[in-house]
Ligand binder design. Structure first.
Ligand code: GLA
Length: 389
């Protein structure tokens, strides 16, 4: 990710090769979640931040043919090649990567925002499939470009809702709103405490003297979507039994009364209830500048995700254990949906390079894999880089 031009340059070059100068260039970042995992679809609290890797979309309008009937849009990606969609005839192929871009276009059209036809190129520095929200970054960057060419104003919450619907209704991934919302709304230098019921967003400064380390196990897992849907369904059953709308409203003493045949649901609910408490406590620890308290909460979050929610995995557990016991680390946990991909650690800025070297060496010795490790300050949410309209 180092010895090449930034994603913006690559996306523009790709657009120029095919179609000349783009009308608009937009970017949206990946994200890492500091704490508040698997709480968003339970109406709970999350505390993510945008990271310093972007997905960039360079876009222009395509001409309709003379009869006005040619409404074919084209996307070309530096990683995945090209795809086209005839808006009047074609179904979107939910299993194809282009569903993220075509889905955004179709749902915006469905809201009366005329976006089609268009052509665009995509480049990204967000590691793909690593739990860093590469898909939300793509959707949000696409939405920003299309809204701009349609002359619409930018609304982070409305955009995030559209992108979540693309995942839920077009791609078939029943995810919550955290990822597109932080990609769309992040404030530079801050993580955001998000109430996933009211969608209130409160930016919080990272603790002074600390930096976030993103630790990629370099493992990926297929079939994460079905495990995710399974966890979501267990939470819904627990909420049903507790007669609450969402686990956000449930209390720990109430779940202890759940019957033995719901013991899995009880453990899932215990994670959600305690994780919401930890997330609010983590925001307070950030306000107080207390890196130790924040780190302890991250460690407890990992244990709960591993033991009660069962969404960690061997490589994530190894990485988190290594990070937690390396010098300069205040706390570490898996981040995102789980099973594989990335962990996140809170590290003293002074000594962060030594932490990185230690974790890399120890992870290689333990797993035989070269971890991807990046130090990141909180980045800004989606924006336009350039517009010629
Ligand atoms: C994925 C989903 C999010 C969220 C996390 C777990 O990233 O896209 O909505 O549920 O998993 O916290």
């Amino acid at each position: 990710m180092t010895n090449r031009a930034p994603a913006a340059e690559r996306a523009v070059a790709l657009h120029r090769e095919r179609w000349g100068a783009p009308a608009v260039v937009s970017r949206a970042p990946g994200r890492v979640n500091l704490i508040g995992e698997h709480t968003d679809y339970n109406d709970g609290f999350v505390l993510p931040m945008a990271i310093e890797f972007d997905t960039v979309v360079a876009l222009s309008r395509a001409q309709r043919d003379r009869a006005g009937s040619d409404v074919v849009s084209t996307v070309v990606s530096e990683h995945f090649g090209e795809a086209t969609l005839d808006h009047q005839r074609d179904q979107i192929d939910a299993t194809h990567w282009s569903a993220y871009v075509f889905g955004v276009s179709r749902l915006l059209d469905g809201r009366g925002i005329a976006t089609e036809p268009w052509r665009c190129s995509v480049a990204t520095d967000v590691p793909i499939g690593a739990s860093l929200s590469s898909s939300a970054a793509l959707e949000v960057a696409m939405a920003a470009a299309l809204l701009h060419v349609a002359g619409e104003s930018w609304d982070a919450v409305a955009t995030a809702r559209i992108c979540q619907r693309v995942e839920n209704e077009v791609v078939g991934m029943p995810c919550g709103i955290m990822d597109p919302l932080i990609c769309a709304s992040a404030v530079e230098g801050h993580a955001s405490l998000i109430d996933c019921r009211s969608l209130d967003i409160e930016p919080r400064r990272l603790v002074d003297g600390s930096v976030i380390a993103i630790l990629d196990t370099m493992t990926r897992r297929e079939l994460v979507d079905s495990a995710y849907a399974d966890r979501r369904a267990a939470c819904a059953r627990a909420a049903d039994w507790l007669a609450t709308d969402a686990l956000r409203d449930a209390q720990l003493d109430a779940i202890e009364r759940m019957p033995a045949d719901l013991r899995t649901e009880r453990r899932r609910a215990r994670h959600v209830i305690t994780e919401n408490e930890r997330t609010l406590a983590a925001a307070n620890a950030m306000d107080a500048g207390d890196a130790d308290a924040l780190g302890d909460l991250m460690n407890a979050s990992h244990a709960s995700l591993r033991d009660d929610y069962e969404v960690s995995g061997p490589a994530l557990d190894a990485m988190v254990g290594i990070a937690q016991s390396s010098p300069g680390c205040r706390g570490a946990r898996m981040t995102g949906g789980g099973f594989a991909g990335c962990a996140v650690a809170l590290v003293d800025t002074e000594g962060a390079e030594a932490f990185t070297r230690t974790v890399r060496d120890r992870y290689r010795a333990a797993n035989g894999l070269d971890a991807g490790i990046w130090l990141s300050q909180p980045a800004a949410g989606a924006s336009l880089i350039r517009s010629e309209e």
